[in-house]
Ligand binder design. Structure first.
Ligand code: ADP
Ligand code: MG
Ligand code: MG
Length: 891
């Protein structure tokens, strides 16, 4: 016969799947000799058996419950339903993962018209007995019989009024008896049955209710959200009652073994004297801080602190513990691993190593990289009150204050004047990029966590709130309203991207800084990890951040952002609009020193660390004005001023814009295709890099630029571009007399490049997987269209498990990465490989990169600490590898 029911002394903490978290830990605590009120656990398998037999308890389970109940009666010397010495129990649900939405705990089960008298007699406290009984009726009716608590509360209210009382403590035993009669009437009316008097019937009804609650709506939704499988089932714990409400020598409380918000090693919690169960959390009376228990019950307090130490040592982690004191005797009712903030998680992990409780590897595995995000951004100082104006989706963490602007161009202008602005838009598109770059933060009223604004802002480490629907924007009169509040263009607001809150006015902020413990943990991560971590940075400021956060170099420096600068865009446009080669060269000659300056700044920020620079990638029309807008202007001028030179200019511009217009820019004339058709652009960029490197070499820095050609699909493209770079290097050497060491590599971001990586590797010193474009081209999705239109539905309907632009699609896109690495190294074993998409900062994708043999990941500077930790975790999980020492050490 299968075993469905386990006494507390028959289980242990390793049996969570069978006994649920609560049950397994109650058993463990019983076995190590802690004072746990005795009881038994009905297993999750019984829950599944219950559903298999059409929502009835199979006989075997019933029999085993009754047998265990006998055991419990013997152990406690009390009997179910015996008026002279009644056994009362609690019925507590508990699944493998703690799950709000499951059935509430029922206390004092076993009470009926007879046992209540017994209790009154035994405790010499009739008031206590009847109060407990009426609580039990209310709770049981609510949770098990489905009678709304409202009816009970209303009746209680009426009784109090009638008697002229203002609070419950004024009620006498006789008053409670009256209320109980009324309660029973309510039950009869709503269930058409009397309140069950037989304790065993009560027990089985309660067990059914717990099992049923596994499939209630709240629980199902919670499981879906948290990816908890439906087949796990829940366990039920039946435990003899202890009473914290027996007078001033009794009480109940909850405590953490360390402070869950700071991690400090100190007992943290609350208790209430003369109270039962949930009273502490219910907020009816204000609980006291755990430290004052020392004064009220010295003996109990020292026993409790010892128990806390013991539990922490035993579980080797911070615990969250429930306890009750009955007439001066301490009982432990629950222990579990305590939830904590990121800050606390780090401190606890590091201190537990120092205390010898865990080793470094375990400490590294204890902290969830995703949690670190909140520590790496500027945040609002909690000391100041925040008055929330509106709330949207917390799309990108960080906080910001600034003037409201509604237009990307204006954001850019004000931003370049050094003003702090917050860009507020219905939604953003790639045309708004320059505005997002210039703004402190972005707020949109439409779109979700994967909308354009959200993705771009996260990539830049900028705060962002999306889908803030309560905010009504009026673009024409440049203002927005939330209810009656009107916010005009230029008004100051503060936003918190981690909570999604928008506030009026300015609120002081705290700058992110790595605590000593955080630095320690990351230092351990660096010792452990066998995977390089670089940053994506396009300018000296980002490079400095990257350096500060411990990046081992720059994995992607995008040169187009240098072109977007407000002062440079006219020159860039002149270059694009050039009628002939000479005109184009003139414009390029002007751009060259500017690019050179940028590179020098970046090299300087990164010291001797490697920097990968990507040559121009986006299609040229991205640097020109919008076609529609231009058309409107030309039409206007044709009517108002047909002879003007301005019109001629605009017409000329429009002609060019039309020429460059593309049906599908993502797959159009961009990447190395630009370099192939306009080699002079790439040549200028390559020279700027070499000049900058030569300057740095003169200053004594060891610069070895890595020049990266984007969007290669055929080896011949790379062959030509490589020649061009080599030629630029030769020229600069001739002019300056300085020889710059460099490498030339390519991005692998077109499936054909991955498929022919063996050929491509012949022309490349390194590969960097551009998994954003590779995901677009592998799925055939254009990212903005996908995220704006259908991806959300795909994810909700489980067509795709996740947004493949956020979490690397390992089985599809990942296969191409794997193939690229394998084929590339066939040709060139020393080929260096990395990833530079957003995925390089996502923990599961990082794990994949490690397993696939990449040498490094590259991500936004703000995610570098997270990536260092995730890289260490991957190394610990899968073991070190035998990749050439020299290749890793440069990262
Ligand atoms: P939750 O999962 O919501 O914390 P619990 O099952 O832990 O629910 O119980 C709710 C409250 O009832 C807790 O304060 C717990 O300590 C208390 N409680 C549970 N069982 C007993 C018992 N046998 N005796 C006294 N108090 C109990
Ligand atoms: Mg609990
Ligand atoms: Mg790309």
């Amino acid at each position: 016969m299968k075993k469905y029911v386990y006494l507390f002394n028959e289980g242990n903490s390793g049996m969570k799947e069978l006994l649920g978290g609560k049950g397994a830990n109650l058993a463990e605590m019983t076995n190590i000799g802690l004072p746990v009120p005795f009881g038994f656990t009905i297993s999750t398998e019984a829950c599944n058996a219950y559903y298999e037999s059409g929502k009835t308890l199979p006989n075997e389970v019933m029999d085993q419950v009754l047998e265990s109940l006998n055991n419990l009666q013997q152990k406690t010397g009390k009997t179910f339903g015996d008026p002279s010495n009644p056994l009362l129990v609690s019925v507590r649900s508990g699944s493998v993962f703690s799950m709000p939405g499951m059935m509430d705990t029922i206390l004092n089960l076993g009470m009926n018209d007879e046992t209540v008298e017994g209790i009154a007699e035994l405790t010499q406290n009739a008031r206590f007995a009847y109060d407990s009984y009426r609580r039990f009726i209310q709770m049981f009716s609510d949770v098990v019989l489905d009678v709304d608590v409202y009816y009970f509360e209303q009746l209680l209210e009426e009784t109090r009024e009638q008697k002229g009382y203002s609070s419950d403590p004024e009620m006498t035993a006789e008053d409670w008896k009256e209320v109980i009669e009324g309660y029973k009437g309510i039950v009869k009316k709503h269930t058409r049955k009397s309140f069950p008097q037989d304790p065993k019937e009560q027990l089985f009804l309660a067990i059914d209710a717990v099992f049923n609650s596994w499939n209630n709506q709240r629980a199902i939704v919670y499981r879906r959200l948290n990816k908890i499988p439906d087949h796990l089932g829940t366990a039920v714990n039946i435990q003899s009652m202890v009473f914290g409400n027996m007078g001033n020598d009794s009480g109940t409380g909850v405590a953490f073994t360390r402070d869950p918000s700071t991690g400090e090693k100190t007992l943290y919690g609350e208790y209430l004297i003369n109270a039962q169960g949930e009273d502490v959390v219910a907020g009816i009376r204000t609980p006291q801080h755990i430290s004052t228990l020392k004064n009220e019950m010295q003996e109990v307090f020292s026993q409790f602190s010892e128990t806390c130490d013991r539990l922490e040592q035993h579980y080797r982690d911070m615990q969250d513990i429930e306890f009750t004191v009955e007439r001066g005797k301490l009982f432990i009712l629950q222990t579990r691993t305590g939830k904590r903030t990121a800050q606390a998680a780090i401190r606890i992990a590091v201190e537990m190593v120092t205390e010898g409780i865990i080793d470094k590897k375990e400490a590294l595995l204890r902290v969830d990289p995703d949690q670190l995000n909140q520590l790496l951004h500027r945040r609002i100082d909690d000391k100041y009150e925040r008055k929330q104006l509106a709330k949207g989706l917390p799309a990108s963490p960080g906080a910001a204050t600034g003037q409201v602007v509604f237009d990307a161009d204006e954001a850019e202008v004000l931003g370049s004047e050094g003003k702090k602005v917050i860009l507020v838009r219905p939604e953003t598109t790639p045309d708004d990029i320059h505005g997002i770059i210039a703004a402190q933060a972005v707020v949109t009223t439409r779109g979700g966590m994967t909308s354009h604004a959200a993705v771009v802002a996260r990539g830049m480490g900028k705060a962002c709130i999306c889908g803030c629907e309560s905010l009504k924007i009026d673009l024409r009169s440049k203002q927005f309203s939330v209810g009656d509040t009107l916010v005009k263009h230029g008004d100051i607001i503060t936003i918190d991207g981690a909570s999604g809150e928008i506030m009026l006015g300015e609120i002081p902020m705290i700058e992110p800084e790595l605590s000593a413990e955080f630095k320690q943990l990351l230092a351990w991560a660096d010792e452990e990890r066998d995977l390089g971590v670089r940053a994506n940075a396009d300018n000296p400021e980002d490079s400095k951040k990257a350096f500060e956060f411990g990046a081992g170099g720059i994995g992607l420096c995008r040169t187009e952002h240098m072109f977007m600068d407000a002062k440079r865009i006219p020159i860039v446009q002149a270059m694009i609009l050039a009628e002939n080669y000479e005109e184009r060269i003139t414009a390029l000659d002007q751009l060259l020193p500017m690019q050179q300056e940028d590179f020098e700044g970046i090299f300087e920020a990164m010291q001797d660390l490697p920097v990968t620079i990507r040559l121009l990638d986006p299609p040229l029309h991205e640097f020109l004005p919008d076609k529609e807008e231009l058309l409107v202007e030309v039409t206007k001028l044709q009517i108002t001023d047909p002879q003007s030179s301005q019109l001629k200019e605009k017409e000329q511009l429009l002609k060019k814009v039309r020429q460059l217009d593309e049906f599908n820019p993502m797959l159009g004339h961009r990447g190395c295709r630009l370099g192939m058709i306009h080699p002079e652009i790439y040549a200028m960029q390559a020279k700027a890099i070499f000049y900058a490197a030569a300057q740095m070499l003169k200053k004594g820095l060891q610069i070895k630029p890595e020049i990266m050609i984007p969007l290669v699909g055929h080896v011949n493209e790379l062959r030509d571009m490589r020649k061009l770079v080599i030629e630029a290097g030769r020229q600069v050497k001739e002019e300056t007399g300085v020889e710059v060491a460099y490498t030339v590599g390519t991005m692998i971001e077109i499936p054909r490049a991955a498929l022919t990586a063996d050929q491509i590797a012949g022309e490349a010193d390194f590969f960097s997987f551009g998994t954003n474009d590779l995901t677009q081209t592998t799925f055939g999705f254009s990212r903005d269209d996908a995220e704006g239109k259908f991806l959300q539905t795909y994810i909700e309907d489980k067509i795709l498990p996740e947004n493949p632009f956020a979490v690397l699609d390992q089985e599809g896109v990942g296969l191409l990465v794997e193939m690229g690495v394998k084929l590339g190294r066939q040709t060139k074993p020393e080929l260096k490989t990395g990833i530079c998409g957003e995925h390089g900062g996502e923990k599961d994708s990082i794990d994949f990169c490690y397993r696939t043999g990449l040498d490094y990941v590259s991500c936004s500077p703000y995610r570098v600490p997270l990536a260092r930790l995730a890289a260490a975790q991957a190394t610990i999980r899968h073991g070190k590898r035998n990749r050439e020492e020299s290749i890793i050490s440069v990262m």
